[in-house]
Write a protein that binds this ligand. Structure first.
Ligand code: GDG
Length: 478
């Protein structure tokens, strides 16, 4: 059996070094962290990964060269033109679906040309897969909102191959999904129903999808199974997770412990609040900064005794709202630091860039409080990674109720990210929390994540996919 993973981006991106040679760079983001943790452990030939290689304009010979070098790591590139990247990726994916599915309808655009190119790029992926899929050996697993039409396009060419689909972002409530023009929303639902199993992070997203299929396609479900003209699709909740041991062991390693010690010394053993996310208006970065400012205004005794370290990883910088968000973050940090800094202290230390894995682990280790405040987030892996990294069972997680992970990490300090006051007060509660209570909370969350780690997520998902394909065969033999 081989798993063919299909996602918009490959787990590695091709970049050019100074001598114009191709080099591989690990792609960023939650999808690659989670699926990559699984593929790293897989044996050769047991998987293939299909996606965009991160580079646009290349000649035919360059494409051939990239294709053969990627083949050595089981990756198969789908090349996109600049126009496709503009209208498909920056356009329909990130100006229509992303804002809409994260409940930002007022900034979503609905341009027909973007949708037309979204369709043609999904078709391009389907054509590429015709040369890759072996229907006797393969299971196909399509990921995320960029490729929602793909399951049905694959199904048209391969009637029996098992197809899974997983959505990494929320599936919105019926009234929000309804904002998509009717032809598009129907095609999207039908596209997804080409899969045997459609997975979501939470029961709410699953229910939203089932309601949409009932209202827009008139399809009932029986315990999550939809029978669409004799073809069964199971719709289920499969909350994604992390490689728990990797984070826990890295945090326990000598090199990371030393780095964490250096960070604490650098900040003179002040309390450290930490946050890290991709640049995104969904992540609630401004409210987090305002929550910290509220805390320092309400509890001035804490000034000069606490620092917020905030890391923002560049993302989608070609989209207007991301450029605006970056400007707003820079200005808000400048304003708060300008207002409160002293000769010896800056309340906020800000990095716009990414950290290497060991540095990220060291910051998780060195931080007394982790702030995760998205306005909306499918799951949020950072919250789970912080908990897994607390080897001494201390520290505290402040977590937005709008993140899928809040459904699992119930013991964290759960806040509503639209309330600056709640964020600020939660910082105070975390600082005042007795050590034994911290230990109880962290341990309980660790137990849950270590049991339900990313490997369990994959195996549960694949078992469920297997079950539904068997039911389909039984139905066909009746
Ligand atoms: C999407 C959904 C869902 C971040 N900065 C650095 C870094 N990261 C890594 C984190 C984490 C990942 O990127 C981010 O994952 P999230 O889940 O927090 O967020 P998205 O990228 O928006 O992911 C999300 C996820 O898919 C999975 O389904 O949870 O809701 O939006 O793993 O560690 N890694 C390193 N340096 C950084 O600076 N090394």
């Amino acid at each position: 059996m081989r798993i063919v993973i299909v996602s918009n981006r490959l787990p590695v991106s091709i970049t050019k070094d100074k001598k114009n040679n191709n080099k591989f760079q690990k792609s960023a983001g939650g999808l690659v962290t989670s699926i990559g943790a699984y593929t790293e452990k897989m044996t050769e030939l047991s998987y293939a990964w299909v996606g965009w290689p991160g580079i646009n304009t290349t000649t035919k010979s360059e494409q051939e060269e990239i294709t053969s070098s990627l083949e050595t790591i089981h990756c198969y590139p789908v090349f996109l033109t600049e126009k496709e990247m503009d209208k498909f990726y920056l356009g329909f994916c990130n100006r229509t679906i992303w804002p809409l599915f994260h409940y930002f309808p007022t900034i979503a655009s609905f341009e027909k040309e973007h949708y037309d190119i979204y369709k043609s790029v999904n078709l391009k992926f389907a054509k590429a897969l015709n040369n890759i899929i072996d229907p006797k050996e393969d299971i196909v697993w399509v990921h995320d909102y960029h490729l929602m039409l793909l399951p049905d396009l694959i199904r048209q060419n391969f009637s029996d191959v098992p197809i899974g689909f997983f959505l990494h972002i929320p599936f919105p409530a019926y009234e929000v999904f309804q904002l998509l023009p009717s032809k598009w929303r129907i095609e999207i639902l039908e596209g997804l129903l080409g899969a045997d199993l459609i997975g979501f992070h939470t029961h709410e997203y699953t229910d939203n999808f089932l309601r949409a299929t009932l209202r827009f396609l008139g399809l009932e479900n029986h315990f999550g199974v939809i029978n669409n003209k004799g073809r069964l699709t199971k719709v289920g909740t499969h909350p994604i997770s992390i490689d728990y041991l990797k984070f826990n062991k890295t945090a326990n390693s000598i090199s990371v412990a030393l780095k964490a010690g250096e960070i604490k010394n650098q900040f003179n053993n002040k309390k450290i609040l930490f946050s890290v996310d991709r640049l995104d208006y969904t992540k609630g970065i401004i409210n987090r900064l305002l929550g910290f400012e509220y805390f320092l205004d309400q509890y001035p005794d804490w000034r000069e005794r606490i620092t917020l370290i905030i890391v923002v990883v560049p993302s989608r910088t070609g989209v207007y709202h991301y450029q605006q968000m970056k400007k707003q973050i820079d200005e808000t940090i400048g304003r708060i630091n300008g207002k409160l800094s002293t000769v010896e202290w800056n309340p906020i230390v800000y990095k716009f860039g990414s950290l290497d894995f060991e540095d990220l682990a060291a910051f998780y280790s060195a931080s007394d409080i982790m702030l995760v405040t998205p306005l909306r987030d499918g799951m949020n892996l950072v919250a789970k990674e912080y908990v897994a990294s607390r080897v001494n069972k201390d520290g505290m997680l402040i977590l937005s109720e709008m993140a899928g992970s809040a459904k699992e990490l119930l013991e964290a300090l759960i806040i509503n990210p639209n309330s600056i006051e709640e964020i600020g007060e939660a910082i105070k509660t975390a600082l005042d929390m007795p050590k034994d209570k911290e230990a109880q909370i962290i341990e309980s969350m660790q137990n849950r994540i270590s049991n339900h780690n990313v490997f369990r997520w994959v195996s549960d998902y694949l078992n469920e996919l297997n079950k539904i394909t068997l039911s389909q065969k039984q139905l066909e033999s009746q």
